[in-house]
Design a protein. Sequence first.
Length: 158
Amino acid sequence: MPEKELTKHKLTGRLGISPTNAKFTLERFQKLLANRKARIKNFLLNQKNIAGIGNVYIQDILFKAKLHPNRKISTLCEKEITNLYDAIQTILNRSIQLGGLAYEKDFYGQKGKLTINGFLVGYKTGKSCPTCKTPIIKIKTGSTSSYICPTCQPLKQP
């Protein structure tokens, strides 16, 4: 299907911008977050907001940005939003360079090279945080689970 027609399709037409799209700039990301009250993890997982960030990637994105998944968007300062934008770019681009997750295949049948060993904190309950050595914990966040470092990602909300 020609790219121009994707917005007309009943499924792809509902998707938000891809974080790998050149139009996904910091300024656009800031506008997407403006006046939102949702929890940051829920917002990022909603494909209508931003397409392509799944639960596997969100773990390391939030860790790299030093954000607790239950932080409310309205409590984020400008620096935290910039750090989050940068973390999205870094984590997703790294996965792209590795061809995606090891259990995924591309159009040519090639498996990706990103394994659990390449994750920072995702799915590493009890392992040491790569920054401070605190054990990674698994917490329930809505209908999903999150893997966090309780030291590097405290839930601090005004």
